[in-house]
Design a binder for this molecule. Structure first.
Ligand SMILES: O=C(O)CNC(=O)[C@H](CS)NC(=O)CCC(=O)C(=O)O
Length: 270
């Protein structure tokens, strides 16, 4: 029975509709056996412009999106990694953190990670321009937490391109890595699967990588292909396009056997 789920969504600009869609998928994942469920980046809101998300930004710890996540975790009795949502900073700046909160199965929030690397790029070929730092405050702290399935390192989307973050997490004991994402269609086609599987292989970790996958209110398209990858780099399950679930069995005992036979993590020289 699979115990982990990555939820793929095509989130729009209507927060409450997105929450309803997420709620339905969380219930389906729990019914299918999931004890750890990971939502994609910006699951609660993807508007016309990057800065639109500031309208639904919440103070740390309370608001409709965070209340939804706590209630959904408790109702389905799952550990829930809440993709990302905008959480206001303490200063009066008009930017928010891209925060990935984690809830235990009783609905208590047990961790918070703020996306560290911000997507300030122009995508080759399509000409799409992104300046995430215009509306987002970068995080600074890597986060690793214990869950019933294993020790979990948190990362978000563009973080996927920075292997030193993942090395830091695996060195801190991570066995599972979460990568809630909203990868662009163009960069996703070129890089998504390779990067997700590389992070799994080089850190001998499970990677749970839920992506947005479809066309959004901005007119932009995201890549989809949400997946769960095992520590040997095998794609255990994936979702092609549109909303759906990737589910797989995360087996840390098996992971430890793999690491014993193949002790690359103990052979680091630098
Ligand atoms: O596009 C949207 O509206 C939503 N996207 C996001 O919220 C974020 C920040 S702009 N997307 C990424 O980080 C994409 C990374 C990526 O695609 C890569 O590294 O290639």
């Amino acid at each position: 029975m699979p115990n982990a789920a990555a939820i793929q969504m095509v989130s729009g600009a209507d927060r409450d509709r997105n929450l309803a869609a997420a709620g339905e998928l969380i219930r389906r994942a729990a019914d299918a056996g999931a004890r750890l469920v990971v939502l994609p980046e910006n699951f609660a809101f993807m508007g016309k412009r990057e800065s639109d998300k500031l309208r639904i930004a919440e103070p740390d710890g309370s608001g409709p999106i965070q209340d939804f996540l706590a209630d959904a975790a408790a109702a389905s009795k799952v550990w829930l990694v809440g993709g990302t949502l905008p959480i206001r900073g303490n200063d009066r700046s008009d930017r928010a953190f891209a925060t990935c909160p984690v809830y235990a199965e009783d609905g208590a929030r047990v961790a918070r990670f703020d996306k560290i690397h911000l997507f300030d790029v122009s995508v080759p070929d399509t000409g799409e321009q992104y300046k995430e730092s215009g509306s987002t405050i970068p995080g600074t702290e890597p986060v690793v937490i214990d869950t019933p399935l294993g020790r979990l390192g948190l990362t978000v989307c563009y973080d996927l391109r920075f292997p030193e973050l993942y090395r830091h997490l695996s060195a801190a004991g991570a066995e599972l890595l979460a990568v809630p994402a909203a990868f662009t269609a163009a960069t996703g086609r070129a890089h998504w699967e390779v990067l997700v599987r590389a992070r799994a292989i080089e850190n001998l970790c499970y990677v749970i990588a839920p992506d947005q996958g479809g066309r959004h209110a901005s007119g932009r398209e995201t890549h989809g292909d949400s997946m769960i990858v095992d520590p040997w780099g095998r794609v255990l399950d994936r979702v092609a396009a549109g909303p759906g679930l990737a589910m797989a069995d995360v087996d840390v005992a098996g992971l430890l056997r793999t690491r014993e036979r193949f002790p690359a993590l103990t052979h680091r020289r630098l």
